[in-house]
Design a binder for this molecule. Structure first.
Ligand SMILES: NC(=O)c1ccc[n+]([C@@H]2O[C@H](COP(=O)([O-])OP(=O)(O)OC[C@H]3O[C@@H](n4cnc5c(N)ncnc54)[C@H](O)[C@@H]3O)[C@@H](O)[C@H]2O)c1
Ligand SMILES: N[C@H](CO)Cc1c[nH]c[nH+]1
Ligand SMILES: [Zn+2]
Length: 427
C-alpha cells in the first residue's frame, strides 16, 4: 500500500478524473452488448452467458425443481444465519416506510402525497468472483416492504449453468418471484428493454462490477436505476489509538471483493502508517483470495497522511467513500464532521462486514464518490409519490386570479382561460 500525503492523493484523483475519457473501453463493450440484446433478445443472452460465464444454457429461468432442490442443498447453518440477517434487515427497513398524507393546508385547500410502490423491479445480484446471498436480502426485502408486486432477480450462473443454493434460498426467504440465470451488462439490458423470457421492468437495483455499473448508467432514462453501486470501497480513519491488525483486516475485507475495489486509510500518525503498511503486506499473504486482494491493494490501496484532524475530515469528505470506519479516538466528533459517506461505522467493534450481513442497514451503497449525492438503497427506492390537490369553490375563487396573472405573464393564455372560465361560471 502506497503512503501519500493528502495533497498528493487529491492531485492523483483529480488527474485520474481528467484523463478518464467520457467513454472508456468498458463503455464501448457495454454499449455493444446493450444494442445486441435489444436486437437479438434471448439469443444474445445465451451467447454472452457462454462467452463470459462459460455456461451453455437452454433455459434462462430457474426451474421449479432447482428451487426445491436448493432448499435441501443449502447448509442449515447458512440458512440460519440468513434468517437472522433477514429479520434484522427487515426491522431496520420497516422504519423507512413512508405513509401517504392528506392535510387541509389553507381554508378550503386539501393537499396530499399518495405513496405507491413501483410495480415491477429487477434486481442484479453479482456472481462473477463471489456469490452474494446477502445482496439478495438487501435488495428484495426493502422492495417487499415497499409493496412491490413483481420482483425478478438476475445473476450469472456458474460454468455448469447452476445458481448457488445459498442465492436461491435467500431469494425464497425474501420472497422474490423468479431468478434468471444471466449476469453482466446483458442482464441489465434485458431488464431495461425486455426479451422473450425476461420482462421489462420499471426499475433496476443492485450492485455489480464495472460492466454492470456502466450498463445501469447507460440504460438510465429508459428505466429507473437506484444508483451507481460499483466495486466496493472502504476508507478507515485511524490514529495512534487504532488497532493496526483490525485496520488491516478491514481494508482487506473489501479489497478481496474485486481487483477494482478501493481500500484507503487516512491517518494523522506517521508511525501508524508505517505499521499498517507492514501489517497489510503480511495479512494479504494469508488470504484465500490473495490474487484479487493483492491486485486491489497494489493498484488502489493508499495510506493518506493528514497533517491534522481537520485535514483528515476534509480528505474523507473529498473521497466520499462507500464505507467509512471511524477507528480514531473521538469517532463521534469525527462523525459530525463527515458529510459524504455511504455508511459510517463507529469505534473498534464496527468492522464493515457487520454492515455487509447482519447489522440491518443496507449494504447496497453509492460508490465512486457518488455518496456526495446518493444514499444507501432503501424502501424509499421502491416507492414513488403522487401529489393530491383538492379545492373548494370558495378557495378556487380566492386563488384563481393569481393563476391567471402568472399564466398571462408566461404568455400561456390557455392556462389563464382554464381558471377564468370557471370563475365566470360560478360567479
Ligand atoms: N456497492 C455495493 O453495494 C456492492 C455490494 C456487493 C458487491 N459489490 C461489488 O460487486 C462487484 C461484483 O463483481 P463480480 O465480477 O464478482 O460479479 P458481477 O456479477 O458484477 O460481474 C460478473 C459479470 O461481469 C461480466 N463481465 C466480466 N468480464 C467481462 C468482460 N471482459 N466484458 C464484458 N463483461 C464482462 C460478465 O457478464 C459476468 O457475468 C464487485 O466489484 C463488488 O465489489 C458492490
Ligand atoms: N461490501 C459489499 C458492498 O460494497 C457488500 C457485501 C456483500 N457480501 C459481502 N460484502
Ligand atoms: Zn463486503
Amino acid at each position: 500500500m502506497k503512503i501519500v500525503t493528502a495533497e498528493a492523493f487529491k492531485e492523483e484523483r483529480c488527474r485520474a478524473l481528467e484523463t478518464s475519457a467520457l467513454t472508456s473501453s468498458v463503455d464501448d463493450t457495454v454499449l455493444n452488448i446493450i444494442q445486441t440484446v435489444r436486437k437479438e433478445g434471448d439469443a444474445a443472452l445465451f451467447r454472452y452467458t457462454e462467452q463470459f460465464d462459460g455456461a451453455k444454457l437452454d433455459i434462462l429461468e430457474l426451474s421449479e425443481k432447482e428451487w426445491e432442490r436448493a432448499m435441501f442443498k443449502v447448509d442449515p447453518n447458512v440458512l440460519g444465519a440468513l434468517t437472522t440477517a433477514k429479520e434484522q434487515i427487515e426491522q431496520y427497513h420497516r422504519l423507512q416506510k413512508e405513509k401517504s398524507w392528506f392535510e387541509q393546508v389553507r381554508p378550503g385547500v386539501t393537499l396530499g402525497q399518495k405513496v405507491t410502490p413501483i410495480e415491477r423491479v429487477g434486481i442484479y445480484v453479482p456472481g462473477g468472483k463471489a456469490v452474494y446471498p446477502s445482496t439478495v436480502l438487501m435488495n428484495v426485502l426493502p422492495a417487499k416492504i415497499a409493496g412491490v408486486k413483481e420482483i425478478y432477480i438476475v445473476t450469472p450462473p456458474d460454468r455448469e449453468g447452476n445458481i448457488s443454493p445459498s442465492i436461491i434460498a435467500a431469494a425464497k426467504l425474501a420472497g422474490a418471484d423468479t431468478i434468471f440465470k444471466v449476469g453482466g451488462a446483458q442482464a441489465i439490458a434485458a431488464l431495461a428493454y425486455g426479451t422473450e423470457t425476461i420482462p421489462k421492468v420499471d426499475k433496476i437495483t443492485g450492485p455489480g462490477n464495472q460492466y454492470v455499473a456502466r450498463a445501469k448508467k447507460w440504460v438510465f432514462g429508459d428505466v429507473a436505476i437506484d444508483m451507481i453501486a460499483g466495486p466496493s470501497e472502504i476508507c478507515i480513519f485511524a490514529d495512534d489509538t487504532t488497532n493496526v491488525s483490525f485496520a488491516a483486516a478491514d481494508l482487506l475485507s473489501q479489497a478481496e471483493h474485486d481487483e477494482m475495489a478501493n481500500a484507503i486509510c487516512v491517518t494523522t500518525s506517521d508511525s501508524f502508517a508505517e505499521e499498517l503498511q507492514k501489517e497489510v503486506a503480511e495479512q494479504v499473504k494469508q488470504l484465500e483470495r490473495y490474487e484479487i486482494a493483492n491486485a486491489s491493494i497494489e493498484q488502489f490501496g493508499r495510506i493518506i497522511i493528514a497533517n491534522n484532524i481537520e485535514e483528515a475530515h476534509d480528505i474523507i469528505n473529498f473521497i466520499a467513500p462507500e464505507h467509512l470506519e471511524l477507528m480514531n479516538e473521538d469517532a463521534v466528533s469525527s462523525m459530525q464532521q463527515i458529510q459524504h459517506a455511504g455508511a459510517i461505522f463507529l469505534g473498534p467493534y464496527g468492522p464493515e462486514a457487520l454492515g455487509d450481513y447482519v447489522a440491518g442497514p443496507n449494504h447496497t451503497l453509492p460508490t465512486s464518490g457518488t455518496a456526495r449525492f446518493a444514499s444507501p438503497l432503501g424502501v424509499y427506492d421502491f416507492m414513488k409519490k403522487s401529489s393530491i390537490i383538492h379545492y373548494t369553490e370558495e378557495a378556487f375563487m380566492r386563488e384563481a386570479d393569481a393563476v391567471a396573472t402568472i399564466a398571462n405573464a408566461e404568455q400561456l393564455t390557455g392556462h389563464a382561460k382554464s381558471v377564468l372560465i370557471r370563475k365566470e361560471f360560478f360567479q
